[in-house]
Design a binder for this molecule. Structure first.
Ligand code: URA
Length: 227
């Protein structure tokens, strides 16, 4: 089977509709996921940050370095998997910072923020299209935003990380209309939630938990390859 490397094809109308639904929100830039097509494993993060928007590639900032360490522990590279996010633009918040003696004028400081449920919904058709094109068997949500987009928000990453959930995932009921809301699709996937790579940057004590989860994921992938 021929495997390509790049961004999964997403119809222009789908992208236009998502951008239209993002208008007026504090979102900037736009990028698709990247990786192998097809790929057995797909990672689903939250949303790009400042670096990703400049680079035009997912997980190229600080969290990307941690994600690459995850991949190394799994014995994988970016060419083996597909990486994407629930939201395709950077959610930001601006704050006015008072001037200092050296630079007396107040300035605006922009930082990342967690995407809202409506922003995730506005971009849902893109993730659905990427999943359809990449045809993963194992989906690894990274953090709560990816997890909730895929299975709903009744559980959190701290209760579900490091285990396999076999089942369907949420997709838009009507692929052309995000106001239709989500419904579970018919296909079943192996869903293996992991903590978001950024979580370990803020909480180093998660490192050992994540290492154990990665060992379990590695063993699970090996068992799947041998079955
Ligand atoms: N966090 C994400 O979830 N996605 C990125 O691309 C970068 C950081």
């Amino acid at each position: 089977m021929e495997v390509e490397f790049g961004s999964a094809p997403v119809a222009e109308e789908v992208i236009k509709e998502c951008l239209h639904r993002s208008e007026g929100r504090d979102l900037e830039g736009f990028l698709l996921g990247q990786g192998a097509i097809p790929a057995t494993i797909m990672f689903v993060g939250e949303a790009p940050g400042a670096t990703e928007i400049v680079e035009g590639r997912p997980f190229t900032g600080q969290a990307g370095k941690v994600l690459e360490a995850y991949l190394e522990k799994l014995g994988l590279t970016r060419r083996d998997i597909y990486i994407t996010s629930a939201v395709r633009s950077r959610p930001f918040k601006d704050k006015v910072v008072a001037g200092t003696q050296g630079t007396p004028a107040p300035r605006i400081s922009r930082s990342n923020r967690t995407p809202t449920k409506n922003e995730v919904l506005a971009h849902a058709a893109i993730l659905d299209a990427e999943i359809a094109a990449v045809r993963p068997k194992v989906i690894v949500p990274l953090g709560n935003i990816g997890l909730h987009r895929l299975i709903g928000s009744h559980e959190t990453i701290s209760s579900l990380h490091g285990r396999v959930i076999e089942g369907p995932i949420l997709q838009l009921e009507d692929s052309t209309d995000s106001s239709s809301g989500y419904t579970f699709g018919e296909k079943s996937y192996s869903i293996f939630p992991l903590y978001h790579p950024a979580a370990v940057i803020y909480n180093r004590s998660l490192e050992t938990v994540i290492d154990k989860d990665l060992e379990k994921l590695k063993a699970f992938l090996a068992s799947k390859n041998n079955s």
